[in-house]
Design a protein. Structure first.
Length: 238
């Protein structure tokens, strides 16, 4: 996935963008990062197109040399990550970076909500992912997300990297091209070598009438139930 492999999204100028990209392609095999780069994206969508997304990407950093090199790039810097995902249409809920000592991997976790999935197209990170959320005849909604092609080289084994996309949809699934389905939850998983010229996630679903059941409905129902029980007991005593 370009977001992970190029790593240049976290730079602040076009010149730095190009230079860092070349450095990464050459340096990755040299610092033993090959085969240890993964990306996981989980998204919950609502019927109005808004939603919540959690991203976890990680790589193996087995020695001090590789850690120092990656630290200079800023891809595991919370401030850089926050700036990369910040848009007028989204709210950053959490950014966390941690090292897993059990397998020597370093993780970055980003959680944010967005006003509409289409708005992510305006962010630097997702500018080439072409999210769509289109209402079609019959009350159906068509959702798509493009996964852009990945350029690898210099001995990088693209078959060793994985990208995973998990979506929870607010309705009944009609058609899809997901690899795994569990109720309203669909999952796609690719090796980078399988992406080729790009892949498109596609789902057609029939949305529920409500975005989700508001909490106040449960509270009101509980209150009504308490009142009914109270009067029933009172009437029985009389």
């Amino acid at each position: 996935m370009r977001f992970i492999l190029e790593l240049n999204y976290f730079n602040h100028s076009e010149m730095k963008f190009q230079i860092i990209n070349k450095i990464i392609l050459i340096a990755v095999p040299l610092i033993s990062l090959s085969g240890c780069l993964n990306y996981y994206q989980e998204t919950k969508l609502y019927t109005d197109g808004s939603g919540y997304m959690k991203i976890d990407y990680w790589m193996l950093l087995p020695d001090r040399e590789s850690i120092d090199f990656v630290d200079k790039l800023g891809i595991f810097n919370p401030d850089s990550i926050r700036n990369q995902f910040k848009t007028p249409f989204s709210t950053i809920e959490n950014v966390e970076v941690y090292k897993d000592t059990t397998d020597s991997t370093t993780h970055a976790i980003i959680e944010f909500s967005f006003s509409h999935i289409d708005s992510l197209n305006k962010s630097k990170t997702f500018s080439d992912y072409h999210f769509t959320f289109t209402h079609s005849p019959g009350g159906l909604i068509l959702f798509t997300q493009f996964i852009p092609p990945v350029t690898t080289g210099f001995g990088i084994d693209a078959s060793a990297y994985t990208v995973t996309y998990k979506y929870i949809f607010p309705g009944d699934i009609i058609t899809h091209n997901a690899h795994n389905v569990s109720g309203r939850t669909l999952t796609w998983e690719y090796k980078l070598s399988e992406i080729g010229g790009g892949k498109t996630l596609s789902v057609t679903f029939r949305p529920f009438k409500l975005k989700e059941t508001p909490a106040w409905i449960y509270m009101l129902s509980g209150f009504v139930l308490v009142v009914v029980i109270y009067f029933l007991f009172r009437k029985r005593k009389n």
